[in-house]
Write a protein that binds this ligand. Structure first.
Ligand SMILES: *Cc1c(COP(=O)(O)O)cnc(C)c1O
Length: 391
């Protein structure tokens, strides 16, 4: 996947760095240094050590026997839900906090929608004793009280974004404003394969550990490192990027991304960007996003907070246009059904986001001798309030 990007940070027509001039030195500093730092022995050693002993990697690749029987095929689950803090997001925040340290940054800023990335960022700031400020929409702060409490307990300052629709995109604006005001010693820690170059490539590289492990684990369990299919949900697209990374060049592996359809693609309440989105600039990169006729970003909707994002990362816009990946979508209802099905059959309560990936099983008509890996991006504890209403 790192081979798909050119020197200016474009995947085909998507990507790049569309940023205010004031941020240019910071972004340039990152562009000039990220690969060298990530590939240095020093960094690799500490990153791997923390992933092993702090995050709990490698995460298991689990053969889901009863789920496989139900669909009359072979299904493996990559258990990102078993990581520290309960989702893949920590792979990225661990990597970026080490990078921020190497660049000599003293203060970390981040934006968060549902609070998951805010928690993952506050966690690694506590781990490293760095000051942490998280911008969050005023409405999201009300909706996501437990995550706000977690961030505060972890020592982060949570600053409400009270402009616009008071949700994620306004939090992004506030974070960028804060970055402009104090560019020198501040590091902006982005939570998905979005934002100006080099963030999409950097985050993909930091999540690539997922497919690196898949290859070894599948080989160990089945004798072959390539499955027929890999399925992952897409919000911004970081868990999917990590799950696809080392398989991009293996054309025999079908890559399947699942977006959140919300209440239906044409309901006006959706987050299925590839289905209704058009090309534009979002969070500093050229990509597919949901916008109105005036180019204003439209408010996305999904029952799952992590998929409730108005765009997708440029790498996914490219994989979609290039047809290297298939883009499916699942409604709230389909995801809820899939979450209950996995719980009943395997004793695993998935995150609502991951449940969208599971919902693809009903749409795929998989064959008996086909092997499929589903990236189980997170655990469902955070979604119990939603699930419990259906019991
Ligand atoms: C945040 C989140 C997602 C969506 O983010 P991506 O960058 O698309 O991976 C998916 N699953 C879980 C559990 C999350 O917390």
């Amino acid at each position: 996947m790192d081979k798909l990007i050119n020197n200016d940070g474009f995947y085909g027509e998507f990507g790049g760095a569309y940023i205010p001039e004031m941020l240019y030195p910071n972004v340039k500093e990152l562009q000039d240094n990220y690969i060298q730092i990530i590939e240095s022995e020093d960094f690799a050693k500490e990153y791997k050590e923390l992933l092993k002993n702090y995050v709990g990697r490698p995460t298991p690749l689990y053969y889901a026997k009863r789920l496989s029987e139900k669909y009359n095929t072979k299904i493996f689950l990559k258990r990102e839900d078993l990581t520290h803090t309960g989702a893949h997001k920590i792979n990225n925040t661990i990597g970026q906090i080490l990078l921020a340290e190497k660049l000599g940054k003293k203060r970390i800023i981040a934006e968060t929608g549902a609070g998951q990335h805010g928690v993952a960022t506050a966690t690694v700031c506590a781990l490293k004793g760095l000051q942490c400020t998280v911008y969050m929409g005023e409405i999201d702060i009300k909706r996501q009280a437990p995550n706000v409490a977690r961030m505060k307990m972890l020592g982060a300052e949570v600053i409400p974004a009270s402009s616009g629709s008071r949700t994620l995109k306004d939090a992004v604006n506030e974070a960028i404003r804060a970055w402009i005001n104090e560019p020198e010693d501040t590091y902006y820690l982005i939570g998905s394969v979005v934002g100006p170059h080099p963030y999409p490539d950097m985050v993909a590289r930091l999540q690539a550990i997922i497919s690196e492990e898949m290859k070894m684990q599948l080989k160990e369990q089945t004798g072959k490192e390539n499955p027929n299919n890999i399925i992952a949900c897409v919000g911004g697209g970081s868990n999917a990027a990590g799950a696809f990374f080392h398989y991009i060049k293996d054309k025999d592996v079908k890559l399947i991304a699942v977006e959140a359809a919300g209440k239906g693609i044409n309901s006006g309440e959706t987050a299925a960007t590839t289905q209704i989105g058009t090309t534009g600039i979002l969070h500093g990169s050229k990509t597919l996003l949901m916008q109105d006729e005036y180019g204003q970003v439209t408010e996305p909707y999904s029952i799952s907070a992590g998929l409730d994002y108005p765009g997708i990362g440029p790498v996914h816009a490219y994989l979609f246009k290039d047809k290297r990946a298939d883009f499916l979508n699942a409604t709230d209802k389909e995801a809820l059904d899939a979450a209950f099905e996995l719980t009943e059959l395997e004793g695993i309560i998935p995150a609502l986001e991951s449940a969208h990936a599971l919902a693809a099983l009903k749409k795929l008509n998989l064959k008996e001798n086909e092997t499929t890996i589903i990236n189980l991006s997170g655990r469902g504890d955070k979604d119990l309030e939603t699930y419990i209403k259906l019991l």
